[in-house]
Design a protein around this ligand. Structure first.
Ligand code: NAP
Length: 312
């Protein structure tokens, strides 16, 4: 496989960055991978497992001579990292990120980048509930979408190289406008996560059952909620604080629909419930037909490997 980047710097070495490192190796890109993370503990683990060709102590050091810099830290940490690396970036370098929100990341990062640096925000729609440098695996992005958000007049060659890079990592690539991205993700990921967090919180409030029945008799629906609600608290705090308007808009609509369903149950309007569930079932079929999930029972999750999802 030909390489467009001689050196890639991964800033943050969690689930997404470590999966990118594995996928780059699998693709045999021949790219020099330099990584760094905030804590000495994460950097030590990365060295121990040979995640990168080189692990350095600071982000400033990591971006030196890099052709591609990937910001793979929580959304709320993007600004600080960008401020640190800005003075060390050379013209012609491409900076991208993998944050789950796009408008806030653009506002946080762009002001710190010098002239001549290509900033192309991105978001791979793939994740699991696991985090940290040991959680990554090469297949995470296979057949998942990676959305690139080139704002304004981006260099077409820089964009093409980044598209090529994500294709090599197994992803399908599409471009999208940032506010549209944030609205779509509020529907498909952010609001569903909040609902899962809430449902698991409600169960936890019912202490009587939490200690025993909820765990023991955990049915598929609740188990799926608990998996989602086990996602990294820092990452998700930052997602909601940085995609506030779109998430609140979708949650408003959700609440209206919930009230309508609540009324249908109270008034025993079975037709309303049946019609609604028929409509939602078709959406699940559409996702399977689009190859974005499997129709295996239990969502094909019975294997030992963490299940890639489009949760993010
Ligand atoms: P992760 O496994 O929790 O790893 C986060 C990394 O960021 C760690 O290396 C951590 O360093 C570092 N970090 C945390 N806070 C920091 C700070 N204040 N300053 C500098 N570095 C900091 O996270 P992840 O799941 O890979 O997520 C990374 C990004 O990808 C996030 O923006 C997230 O929104 C996005 N994303 C996540 C998923 C998903 O499902 N997980 C999917 C798509 C996109 P230490 O280890 O040293 O603490």
């Amino acid at each position: 496989m030909t390489q467009d980047y001689k050196r890639v710097a991964l800033i943050g070495l969690g689930l997404i960055a470590s999966s990118m490192a594995h996928a780059m190796r699998r693709a045999d890109l021949g790219t020099d991978i330099v990584g760094t993370a905030r804590s000495a503990e994460t950097r030590d683990i990365a060295r121990e497992i040979g995640l990168c060709d080189k692990v350095v102590d600071t982000a400033a050091e990591a971006v030196k001579d890099a052709d591609l810099v990937v910001l793979a830290v929580p959304v709320g940490a993007m600004s600080g990292v960008a401020a640190e690396i800005g003075p060390h970036l050379r013209p012609g370098t491409t900076v991208t990120d993998v944050g789950s929100v796009k408008r806030a990341v653009i506002d946080a990062v762009a002001p710190h980048l010098p002239e001549g640096v290509h900033f192309i925000p991105g978001h791979p729609l793939a994740g699991t509930e696991h985090s940290g440098p040991r959680s990554g695996f090469a297949e995470l992005f296979d057949n998942r979408f990676c959305l690139l958000v080139p704002e304004g007049t981006q260099d077409p060659v820089a964009l093409e190289k980044l598209q090529h890079f994500w294709l090599a990592l197994g992803a399908n690539v599409e471009t999208m406008e940032p506010d549209h991205h944030d609205l779509v993700l509020a529907v498909t990921s952010h609001a569903p996560h909040l609902i899962a967090y809430t449902m698991v919180g409600v169960a936890d409030d019912l202490r009587r059952v939490t200690d025993s029945e909820v765990i023991k008799f955990s049915a598929a629906g609740f188990r799926d909620f608990t998996r989602i609600a086990a996602s990294d608290p820092t990452m998700w705090r930052d997602v909601f604080l940085n995609n506030k308007a779109a998430t609140l808009e979708i949650l408003g609509r959700f609440t209206e629909e919930l009230f309508a369903l609540q009324r249908a149950i109270r008034t025993e309007d079975g037709d309303h419930l049946h019609d609604y569930f028929t409509r939602t079932r078709a959406i699940r079929r559409g996702i399977i037909e689009a190859g974005q999930d499997t129709d295996a029972p239990d969502f094909g999750r019975s294997g030992s490997k963490p299940s890639p999802t489009t949760k993010e």
